[in-house]
Design a protein around this ligand. Structure first.
Ligand SMILES: Nc1ncnc2c1ncn2[C@@H]1O[C@H](COP(=O)(O)OP(=O)(O)OP(=O)(O)O)[C@@H](O)[C@H]1O
Ligand SMILES: [Mg+2]
Length: 296
C-alpha cells in the first residue's frame, strides 16, 4: 500500500445546496445541507484513504468542537491524524459553502494565521511514498515537499491562488498542478498553454493546470499534452480539485506515469462531483476501476 502525506489547510465546512445561482444579497432557501470536515489537505487525504492508500494528514486545528469533528471524521475515513496539531485558544478554520444548481461552489473561508505558526515536524528519515502540499500553508508545504524531494519521492504542489506567496513550495516541488486562477496568479492573464510552457521552463519540472470541466493541460518540459476530463452531471464540485490532487499524488506514489495519473485523477474528481455532500461520492478502488473500464 502506497503512503501519501497531505499537508495544508483543514477546515470544517457548512455546505448548502441551492436551487438557484448565487448572484444577489438576498435570503436563499437551501434544498440540502451538510456539516463536514473539508479543506484542501483533508479532502486530498480522504481521497487517498478511500482509494486504498495510507493517508497521513499534516495540518492544524483548534482544540475546539470543530477540531473534534474534523478528527472524528478523519478517523472514520481511516486517515492518520498523528501529524495534526491541536492549537489551544485558536478556532478551527471554517468555511461557508453555497453549491449552485450546476454544482458550482461559492466559498467564504476564515483561517486564523496562528494555526500555521509552526511547520509540521515529520518523522526523519522521510518515510512516505509521496508528499502533497497546498499553498495555504507555504512554510509547512515547502518543508514537507523538500523532505520528499530529498528522499527521491514525488513532491506534488496544489498551486491554487495565491501562488506567489508559496515560492518556497514551488521550488521544492517535483510536480506542480496549478488551478486556473493559480496559473494566472503566477503567470498573469493570458493563454494558459503558453503560461504552462513558461512554468515548465522556469521551474524546470513537470507542470499541469486543471480547468474544471475543461481538459487538463500538461507540460513535461518537452511537450504540451491535453488530457480530457470525464463528462458527468456535476452536482457538487466542492473539493473536486482537492481530491484530484490527493489521487494524483497516490497514483504517482504507486508508480503510474504522470499522464496516466492525471487521467485516473480526472476520474476520481468526476465521480466525487456527481453527488452532493462533501466526500459522499468519493470512489473506492473498485468503483474507480469500474468507471475507468466503462469509459475506456
Ligand atoms: N464539472 C466537472 N465535470 C467533470 N470533472 C470536473 C468538473 N469540475 C472539476 N472536475 C475535475 O476536477 C479537476 C479539478 O477541478 P478544478 O480545476 O475546478 O479544481 P480547483 O480549481 O482546484 O478547484 P477546487 O480545489 O476548489 O475544487 C478537473 O481537472 C476535473 O478533472
Ligand atoms: Mg483546488
Amino acid at each position: 500500500m502506497a503512503s501519501v502525506v497531505c499537508t495544508g489547510v483543514v477546515t470544517a465546512d457548512l455546505v448548502f445546496r441551492l436551487p438557484v445561482p448565487v448572484d444577489a444579497p438576498v435570503k436563499y432557501r437551501a434544498t440540502d445541507s451538510a456539516l463536514t470536515a473539508g479543506g484542501c489537505a483533508l479532502n486530498a487525504a480522504a481521497a487517498v484513504a478511500r482509494l486504498g492508500g495510507a493517508a497521513h494528514l499534516a495540518g492544524s486545528v483548534g482544540a475546539d468542537a470543530l477540531g473534534d469533528l474534523v478528527c472524528a471524521e478523519m478517523a472514520a475515513e481511516g486517515v492518520a491524524t498523528g501529524l495534526v496539531a491541536r492549537v489551544a485558544g485558536v478556532p478551527t478554520a471554517r468555511s461557508a459553502v453555497l453549491v449552485g444548481p450546476g454544482g458550482e461552489r461559492t466559498i467564504a473561508n476564515h483561517r486564523d494565521p496562528r494555526l500555521f505558526a509552526a511547520a509540521p515536524v515529520l518523522p526523519a528519515p522521510f518515510s512516505f511514498d509521496a508528499a502533497l502540499a497546498d499553498t495555504r500553508w507555504p512554510e509547512g508545504g515547502a518543508a514537507v515537499l523538500a523532505a520528499a524531494r530529498a528522499a527521491g519521492r514525488p513532491a506534488v504542489l496544489d498551486a491554487e491562488n495565491p501562488v506567489r506567496e508559496a515560492s518556497g513550495a514551488l521550488r521544492a516541488a517535483s510536480h506542480v498542478a496549478f488551478s486556473e486562477l493559480g496559473l494566472a496568479d503566477w503567470a498573469g492573464e493570458g493563454d494558459p498553454a503558453a503560461a504552462l510552457e513558461r512554468a515548465a521552463r522556469d521551474l524546470g519540472i513537470w507542470v499541469c493546470v486543471t480547468r474544471g470541466p475543461a481538459p487538463v493541460l500538461v507540460h513535461d518540459g518537452a511537450a504540451l499534452f491535453e488530457v480530457p476530463v470525464f463528462a458527468v452531471t456535476a452536482v457538487d464540485t466542492l473539493g473536486a480539485g482537492d481530491v484530484w490532487h490527493g489521487a494524483f499524488a497516490l497514483f504517482l506514489a504507486e508508480g503510474f506515469a504522470p499522464l496516466a495519473a492525471v487521467r485516473r485523477a480526472n476520474a476520481v474528481a468526476a465521480l466525487k462531483s456527481s453527488a452532493f455532500g462533501g466526500r459522499s461520492a468519493l470512489p473506492d478502488r473498485d468503483q474507480l476501476d469500474r468507471f475507468l473500464k466503462e469509459h475506456a
